[in-house]
Design a binder for this molecule. Structure first.
Ligand code: NDP
Length: 298
């Protein structure tokens, strides 16, 4: 039987609507808009598109967007000074520095300069630590988006076997922490994992965050499992697809015949990332202004 397709685009739209409502009530109560500052260094075309989209969606949700575009040869000290300024700017609730940064800059140092209470991307070591020990903080947008899709589809996750393929700091590790927090039995697989297909076959939940086109095959997946495909890979260009087809880390044609539910690529996890960024920003605004936001309000 074919799997249910998890519609990330529709879920992200609903999430943005909920953010918009909270942004409106926040503005009334705080007397100002919630604000997100995005800093871009250089002219990387993909980053420019992301930053533009983030700005547009922030404004569409009724929040203020502050965009700072710096030349590629900006000294690191100038970027750090800008981040420090944003840290103390009361109009700014969330700060995002678009990665990758130019080679002469130390990404970890720049991220470490962001005030963790404004770290809406969740990349600061304090944010990672807060997640690990179960304190309030910000969780990286992509894994949090995956968790939202999983809870929407499955409800209670407690006791389920979850396999996360990939152990990066921005996807795999926080994903595993989130699933552990939901009381899943979590396995983290990576490039040194032995018998990967066998490991994956045990899982009720599979999250693939590898960066290898269509790696997870149909016979790797337990019938009925829920499969979340984080991968975004471009296949080589063809006449039909001159830019190259966008595929995930999961062989969708095969796995969708076995799984209970699956996210497509595109239209699954991808649209969630910016929506969760906006969600984190409105949560940051409430926390920074000392306005109570009920647990699970968003
Ligand atoms: P990284 O390259 O940082 O991490 C990849 C992980 O996959 C590593 O832990 C690596 O293991 C593991 N891996 C590599 N090859 C294998 C293999 N053959 N078998 C098992 N594990 C393997 O990638 P990211 O986490 O940043 O991203 C993963 C994917 O998600 C990419 O396709 C990326 O484009 C996509 N992505 C999508 C986002 C979205 O918004 N939808 C956001 C972020 C990422 P090891 O540690 O041992 O090297």
């Amino acid at each position: 039987m074919a799997a249910e397709i998890i519609d990330g685009k529709a879920f992200a739209e609903g999430l943005r609507e909920r953010v918009g409502k909270l942004a409106a009530s926040f503005e009334k109560e705080a007397g100002r808009k919630a604000g997100l500052a995005v800093v871009l260094v250089g002219e990387d075309p993909a980053s420019q598109i992301y930053v533009r989209n983030k700005g547009k969606q922030t404004v569409a949700c009724g929040m203020a967007s502050f965009e700072h575009v710096l030349p590629v040869d900006t000294p690191e000290a100038d970027l750090l000074a800008l981040v420090e300024k944003l840290n103390t700017d009361p109009a700014v609730d969330g700060i995002l520095v678009q990665l990758p940064l130019p080679d002469h800059m130390d990404e970890q140092k720049v991220i470490a300069t962001i005030n963790p209470d404004k770290d809406v991307d969740g990349f600061h070591v304090i944010s990672a630590g807060r997640l690990a020990v179960g304190q309030k903080g910000f969780v990286a947008c992509t894994p949090l988006g995956c968790l939202m899709l999983l809870k929407d589809r499955l409800g209670e996750l407690s006791g389920l076997d979850a396999v996360v393929i990939g152990r990066s700091n921005i996807v795999g590790k926080p994903m595993a922490q989130l699933l552990l927090k939901e009381s899943c039995t979590v396995t983290i697989a990576h490039s040194r994992t032995r018998n990967l297909p066998e490991v994956v076959r045990r899982a009720d939940i599979v999250v693939a965050a590898v960066g290898r086109p269509e790696m997870v095959k149909g016979d790797w997946v337990k019938p009925g499992a829920t499969v979340i495909d984080v991968g975004m890979n471009r296949l080589p260009p063809t006449e039909e697809k001159p830019k190259g087809k966008l595929v995930g880390d999961v062989d969708f044609a095969e796995v969708s015949q076995v799984a209970g539910a699956i996210t497509p690529v595109p239209g699954g996890v991808g649209p969630m990332t910016i929506a969760v960024l906006l969600r984190n920003t409105i949560v940051a605004a409430h926390r920074n202004a000392g306005i109570e936001l009920a647990e699970g309000a968003i």
